[in-house]
Structures are given as C-alpha cells and as structure tokens.
Ligand binder design. Structure first.
Ligand code: ATP
Length: 894
C-alpha cells in the first residue's frame, strides 16, 4: 500500500501526462522530392511545432534528429512504407527506430493540408498572420497536412476538443535553431553521459543536461532539454537571456526573490494550465456517471492549481517590479500587469473557497477538492460534504479506539487514493499475534500495513492481490489450497522466503490460514493474511464499511463540484491564451533562474563569463574549460581557441591521452551553452552564431546498423560533407585511423580541403603527422599541439595547447609499454619504427621550415591588408610598416 500522489491516471476526456514521460504526438509525411513535413504536438504544454525541410541524406538524418529531439509517445504516418524513389520512407524509418506500439498509421486522406491550415489558424493563440501562414501556406503544405492528421488523432483518441485560440504554434520553415544531429548529441554527452560503466560505482560523470538540471519543475527541465538539443540562433534572443542572467548574477535580492516566487507556483503549473486547452467531448452526459469521478477530481484539482498559481502572481510582481533587463521587464508587463489574470482570479474567487490550497498529500488533496466550492452554492454538495466529514471523523475515532483497545499507541491512519484509509502499525507494537480484526496485512520493513473489517471490504482485499499480480491459475490455486496449504501453514507459520499465490480463498469450507509470501523486486516484503473465512459472517455489509462510505461521499462531492464548476471553466477557456503564456513564462523563468543563474552562482567568482556574439566575426575563447570535466579534475588545464575567416581550420596534434578529444568536446559544449543564453566556462569568449554543430568523435562499430568502425566513420563524414554550411562548426577526431594509413591520410587530407573551401570553422584532431603539411599549402590552417614531456621514458601530460607541430617520438610505444605489452615485443617494434621514421624526420624538418616561412609571409600580408583599411594617419601607418619590416626580417612574424 504505497502512498499515491494526486494526479496520474487518465483516459478518455482528459489529457494526463505523467512525470518526465514524453508528451509529444508527431505527424510525419514526405513527398517525392524527399521533402518532409513534421507536426509535433506537445500535449503537456499545448503547443504545436511545425517544420518542413528537404532530407539531404538517404538515412534521414534530419528526421532522425527531430525524432530524437521530440522523443514522441506516438508517431503518425501515412500507410505507404517506401518513398517514391523506392528508398526507405519515413514510415519504414519509424518502424526501424521505434517499437511498433508507438507508430500509428492513418489514411492518406487524413493528411489534408487545406484542413490543416484552417485548424492551425483557428487553434493558434497568436494572430495567424504573425505565423506567416498566409504567405507560406502553399510552400509548407506538408507540415500542415501532418498537423491535420495529428490534431484529428488527438481529438478522437483522447476524447477532447481543442479549444480555439489556445495553442502556442511555432512555424519553423526549416531549422530555426542550431541543429545538432543525434550522433553528436551522444558523443558530446549533451543528454546522457557515455561509457558510464567505465567510471565504476562511484560514477560522478554527468552529461551537460544533468549538470544543469537544477530546475524545479518538469516543464523547466523539459525546456532545458529542448534548448540543449536545439540551441538558439537568434543573437537578439540569446542576448536578452544573457542580459537577464547579468542582472540575476549581480542582484542577489532579485535572484533569491525570484527563486522564492517560483516556489509559490505549484510544481505542475505548466502542465495544468494547459489542460484547459482540452475540452472533454460530451461533457454533460459523462459528467453524471459515477465512473467518471476520477475525471471530475482531476478537473477540480486543476482549478485549485490554477487558483494557487494566480494567487502567486502578486508576489512575483513584487519581486519583478524593479527589474531592469528586457526579459524580466517584459514578463512583468505581460504577466504581472496583465489585468486579465486578476479578473480570472476574481471569477474563480466567486466560486472557489478562499482557503483552498493545492496539496500533493493525497488526503489533504482529497479534502481540498471536496471543499473547493464555497458553502451555500449547491445544497446537495453541502450534504455530501457533511457525510464526507462524518465518515472521516468516524475513521479517525476508530483508529483511536484500536490504539486503546489493542495497546498500539503508534498506530497511524494514512490515506491512499486507491484504497482509501488504512492502518500502519509498527512491528514493535504487536506483542504476539495481530488481532483477527485486522485484514489485508502486508509487512513493509519494520511496519505492518493493514485494514480492518470495519474499515475496508473483502473486495478491496482481492483488488489488492490483483494489483500485486497474484491473480491467476485456478488449477495451481486449488492444488495449493487443498494439498499444500495445511502443510505450508504448519511449516511456515511466520514469514518465509518463498512466494505463494492464492485466490478464491472463500471456496474453502474449513478453517484455514493462508500465508502469502511475496518477494518483490526491490524489497522482500512479506504478504500474509490472517483472515478467517468463518469471520466473513461477522463482517459489516459492504455499504456500511467506513472506507466505502467515505469514498462514495467524496465521489458525490467531486461530481457536484464539477457541475458547479462547469460555467467557471467555460469562462476560463475564453481567456485560455493567458494561461498558456503563464505556463511558458514559468518554464522559462525556472530554466534561467533555477538552472543557469543557480549553476553560475555555485561556481567561484569569474569561473563563468558572459559570451559575446558577432555576426561573422572570429570565434575566440580564452582559457576555456570543459564544463563537466573541470568539476572532476581539480587541476583542469584551460586552453584557448581562435578561429576566424582568415584562419578557419585548427589542426590539433598530440599523442594519445594528451587531451585532444576533451578539447574538441569542450569547444562544442561552450558554443552550445552560449547559444542557449548561458554563461560559459572561460575567461573570455567571443563567438559567432553557429547554425549546425557536426562532430565525428569516437570510433565504435555500429552493430545496430551493421556497420564496421570504418563504415560508421565514413557515413558520419559523408553526412557532414553533405550538410555543412559556411556557418557550421565541425569537430573531427582522428578521421581515417580505422583504415590503412595511406588511405586514411588521403581521406583526412581531402576532407580537410573540402571543409577549407566551405569556410566552416573546423577543429581537426589527428595523430597523422603528414596532415600537418596542409599548413604549408593553406595559410588558413593553424597547427597546434598538446604539450607532453618525456620523463624517464614516461609521458608527462601537460594538457596545454601550444603553437606548431611537435613530435613526441614513439609515444605509441611508450603507452603500449605502460599498458603491459611484453618487453621483447616493444623492443622489436622500436627498432622497426626508428628505421621507418628516420627518413620521415628529415622531410618533416624541411617542411616545418617551409611552413614557417610561408606562414610569415601570410601574416605579413594579413597585417598589410588591415593597415590598408584602417583609418590611421600617415605617421602611424609609416611606423607600423617600419615595425612590420623589422619583425619580418627578424623572423618574428609567426
Ligand atoms: N585540459 C585538461 N586538464 C586536465 N585533464 C585533462 C584535460 N584534458 C584531458 N584531460 C584528461 O586526460 C584524459 C584523456 O584525454 P582525451 O581522451 O581527451 O585524450 P586524447 O588525446 O583524445 O586521447 P586519444 O587520442 O587516446 O583518444 C581525459 O580523460 C581527462 O581525464
């Protein structure tokens, strides 16, 4: 008998989303040109996200990324499996990636773009013209078709009608946010950490999401997850968040005030506020059926949550009054100063009792729901309440009676939504045997949970067994009853370690004790019953059981309450837009205050800094750190990064374990943090907005796709090459190491050349020394290496990035020795490798010299161009030219 929290359940006529579970229903459709339309409906936040894009790869990477992002509970697709060109279609893609229970196939006719456009226009909370739908209706017909099927499915499956002007609709023609493909999400450990098994039991390694997940509401953490998977691209919005963060970091009073203010809103506010968007079908018929008591209970609890949220606005208003940043000011004006909230609160106050508050404790919640409506509004409701109070009082009196009668001073009487009231008796209070009055006995650690004849009913007892999963096999049960029960009773008088199941015990005519032993997955709770069949006669009639009477009185209260609330709910629906807006604001504040500002405030001062953004400028990070690893390594070494149009590729070299992968991951995580509007772990960061992050890190086989290490590597690289743009950030770790060294070098070289031609910012980590020659041909390639010292034939990693190429001879052999390869094997390998590399060394030295002189010439040219466009006077330019000449002659231009 576990304590249940209020909420949960669901079914027709009410949209219930429990906990962190996905709440997205997605409609997917494509055309012959491999264009895909997506309509993603979030049942939790009552929002609809439309997007349409061209799929550039046969493997549907973009669609996979979106599916990964939304993690839908249902995917709706048209019937055909393969695409027009005979390739895998979206339907088959869903088959491959999702279990069948998530896929719903709807007739092609349900994907109707004209109906979709009308639906979206009617349901959108914002002015339809603001969506640009009129302009783009024809162009984006696929996502509108998907929207039509999705809305139709939700309305018929969930038994609801979506209220007009209630949905928050976003219309992303294509990708309006930074796009991170699903492989990169994994390799960058954005949502889940990788290889946690390698970190042993004391696993402290976290993902970026886990690190930032100090949000207090599910809505806030879902918004955070969504932001991390699709960071912003709009500099203005990013800066608005950063300004807000500046203010929170510098104004402690505001920060603590907001944390306190947010705590006053019920945790599930965002979800509940959006419930009002869904109107149950056939309300009046269904409401009168007692079976729908659960539904009315949910509605009442929704109203109480809404009332509590509206009551919390004045406090928020007080805190935000003096706020200076645009975001907080805007929230103050649109929410705190919006008279509609006050008038909604007043309307609710006319019907709902002032003292009613939201509670998560089941009995308090039940009582609050029964007493939600003011007295005197409905006579029958007042009568039902009287009965509810009487039975509740009688139950508590019964508990007092048992305490005295059986000398059990610590007997408690908690409440559970499923079973009603029950007793908890500490084992130490039971001196001998539990009196026969008590039934449904279940042992929970040091306590016994039970009921009594006066309190509960036999049917509840069997319901309980059914819940525990012991309903079943008649043959087994009769065998148990007739053959084994006497034996079991004699042998195992007290709790034992084996599980027995029994049902239909009432068929026995003689007196038996039945022992149930239940070993649960986690705790070995023992279930046993000391119920005597002959006592059945002594029981009270079903309707006289206190729990039954109490529950039916409560059910009557709920139904009458819902009838009273009908008019109020319709009035609330007229202003539904303000509720969805409040839900959005609460999630955003939760993310910025409880996650971003909190994370920064828990770090030492100046560890995190505000990033700056330029449209097309360089990407400069000074003393950047890995946001997750820095908390695991007390001596984490910070490193810099500089990428610009004139130097858009950095080749990072260094032996194994020198810190290359960490550096690559660190750069991407800093960019992502910056683009969600958070401070970054660096001394200084000036960034340009990135449209996509591509990574090729790690070389594992992909067993699912039947690909070898090399094949996986090539597929991922092909995806990068096909989708990269001049605004992308590409991070590649050791490309080509999974094939022969000459082919590997050739592939890595040509990929670098391709990326250089695209002007994308690229960071390329490699072991291949031959690749450093790229810098001799392309002045926009910069070479860096991780410093490693050799001490007593051991590598001493400094994790410090330095300019240029630096060879660490035979570092592979050194590491192999540390790993325990036999000495004879290492000696042979040493002699082979020294012969091979002798010639290469000579060539490398020559190349390095050539690289140095070319780089000097390139830098001199860059400075001359800068001087040409500078507005300096002649004297200054003369002096600068003189300096340049001297530095060049002295070889100081690197
Ligand atoms: N800047 C740093 N400061 C402190 N420790 C670091 C730093 N960078 C990396 N490390 C530590 O070094 C370990 C190895 O780093 P990493 O995996 O990045 O090396 P690598 O050069 O990519 O190795 P390989 O080439 O074998 O993949 C990391 O697990 C981390 O613990």
């Amino acid at each position: 008998m576990e304590e249940e929290s209020a909420g949960g359940g669901g079914g027709e006529g009410c949209i219930v989303v429990v906990g962190d579970r996905s709440s997205f229903v997605i409609g997917l459709i494509e055309n012959r040109a491999k264009e895909v339309g997506v309509a993603a409906f979030d049942l939790r936040s009552a929002s609809l996200h439309l997007s349409q894009y061209i799929e550039t790869s046969c493997s549907y990477q973009n669609t996979k990324t979106l599916l990964h992002f939304y993690d839908p509970m249902v995917v709706i697709v048209p019937p055909y499996k393969t695409a027009a060109d005979g390739m895998v279609g979206v339907s088959e893609l869903v088959d491959k990636n999702y279990p069948s229970n998530k896929k719903v196939t709807m007739a092609r006719g349900c994907f109707d773009d004209t109906k979709g456009a009308v639906m979206v226009k009617n349901l959108s909370a914002r002015d339809p013209s603001a969506l640009g739908l009129d302009t783009y209706c024809k162009q984006y017909y696929l996502c509108l078709a998907a929207a039509s099927a999705t809305i139709k499915w939700i309305e018929s499956e969930k038994g609801v009608i979506i209220t007009n002007h209630s949905l928050s609709v976003t219309f992303n023609g294509s990708f309006d946010h930074m796009n991170i493909d699903s492989t990169s999400v994994q390799t960058l450990e954005i949502i889940d950490p990788l290889h946690t098994e390698l970190w042993g039991t004391s696993n402290k390694k976290k993902s970026l999401f886990q690190m930032l997940k100090t949000t207090k509401t599910t809505g806030g953490s879902r918004l955070l997850r969504a932001n991390l998977l699709q960071p912003l691209k709009d500099i203005q919005t990013i800066n608005t968040r950063l300004d807000c963060l500046d203010e929170l970091v510098s104004n402690e009073e505001l920060f603590f005030g907001l944390t306190q203010g947010l705590r006053k809103f019920p945790k599930e506010s965002d979800k509940v506020l959006c419930h009002f968007c869904f109107k149950p079908k056939k309300v009046t018929d269904e409401v009168l059926k007692p079976a729908n008591g659960r539904k009315s209970q949910l509605l009442i609890s929704d109203i109480i949550v809404l009332k509590t949220a509206l009551d919390a606005i004045p406090f928020l208003s007080k805190v935000l009054k003096g706020a200076k940043s645009f975001l907080l000011q805007n929230i103050y004006q649109t929410v705190c100063e919006n008279p509609k909230y006050a008038s909604m609160k007043k309307r609710i106050g006319d019907v709902i009792d002032e003292d009613v508050v939201h509670s998560r404790a089941p009995f308090v919640a039940c009582t609050q729901q029964c007493f939600a409506i003011k007295a005197g509004i409905d006579g029958l409701l007042d009568v039902a309440r009287r009965s509810f109070c009487d039975t509740s009082e009688a139950i508590h009196n019964l508990a007092t009676k048992y305490r005295e009668e059986f000398n059990m001073p610590n007997l408690k009487i908690p409440y559970n939504n499923r079973l009603g009231f029950y007793f908890i008796i500490p084992q130490r209070d039971i001196t001998e045997k539990l009196p026969n009055k008590f039934i449904q006995v279940v042992r929970h650690g040091k306590n016994v949970h039970c009921s009594s004849f006066e309190l509960a009913s036999v049917s509840l007892f069997f319901q309980n067994l059914t819940f525990l999963g012991f309903v079943g096999n008649w043959a087994l049960i009769s065998t148990l009853q007739n053959v084994t029960m006497p034996f079991i009773f004699l042998r195992f008088k007290f709790p034992v370690e084996y599980m027995l199941a029994a049902n239909q015990v009432y068929t026995l005519s003689s007196l038996f004790y039945v022992i149930f032993v239940f070993i649960s997955k986690k705790v070995r709770d023992v279930v046993y019953c000391n119920w005597e069949c002959s006592s059945l006669k002594d029981q009270l009639p079903e309707r006289e059981k206190l729990n039954v009477r109490n529950k039916s009185a409560a059910a009557e209260c709920f139904l009458r309450t819902e009838l009273c609330l009908e008019g109020l709910i319709n009035e609330i629906r007229e202003d539904i837009g303000i509720l969805t807006m409040l839900a959005e604001v609460l999630c955003l504040l939760d993310m910025i205050v409880n996650s971003f500002a909190y994370t920064i405030s828990t770090k030492p001062v100046d560890r995190y800094t505000r990033p700056e953004f330029t449209d097309d400028g360089p990407m400069a990070i000074n003393a950047g750190r890995h946001p997750i690893l820095e908390s695991l390594h007390t001596d984490f070494v910070p490193n810099n990064l500089f990428l610009s149009e004139a130097s858009n590729m950095v080749l990072v070299m260094g032996p194994n374990m020198s810190g290359k992968s960490t550096y690559l991951q660190q750069i991407c995580l800093i960019v992502i943090l910056a683009q969600i509007g958070c401070y970054v772990p660096a001394q200084f960061a000036s960034l340009r907005v990135v449209d996509r992050v591509f990574t090729r890190i790690g070389t594992g086989d992909n067993v699912e796709n039947n690909s070898s290490t090399f094949m996986t590597e090539m597929k991922e690289t092909a995806f990068i090459m096909q989708n990269v743009s001049s605004k992308s950030l590409v991070v590649v770790d050791e490309l080509g190491r999974a094939t022969s060294s000459s082919d590997g070098l050739a592939i890595a070289w040509s990929c670098c050349e391709h990326l250089l031609s695209l002007k994308a910012y690229t960071v390329f980590a490699t072991h291949m020394e031959g690749l450093s020659e790229l810098a001799t041909m392309y002045p926009n390639v910069k070479i860096l290496h991780f410093e490693v010292a050799l001490r007593n034939d051991r590598l001493d990693f400094k994790f410090q990035l330095k300019d240029g190429v630096r060879r660490v001879p035979h570092y592979g052999l050194l590491l192999a020795r540390v790993a325990g390869l036999p000495a004879s094997v290492i000696d042979t390998a040493t002699s082979i490798t020294s012969r091979i590399t002798e010639q290469e060394m000579v060539r490398m030295d020559a190349n390095c010299e050539q690289y140095r002189s070319l780089k000097m010439a390139y830098n001199a040219a860059q400075r001359l161009i800068c001087l040409k466009y500078s507005n300096q006077d002649d004297d200054y330019i003369h002096e600068a030219l003189q300096d340049l000449k001297e530095n060049y002659a002295a070889g100081k231009m690197t």
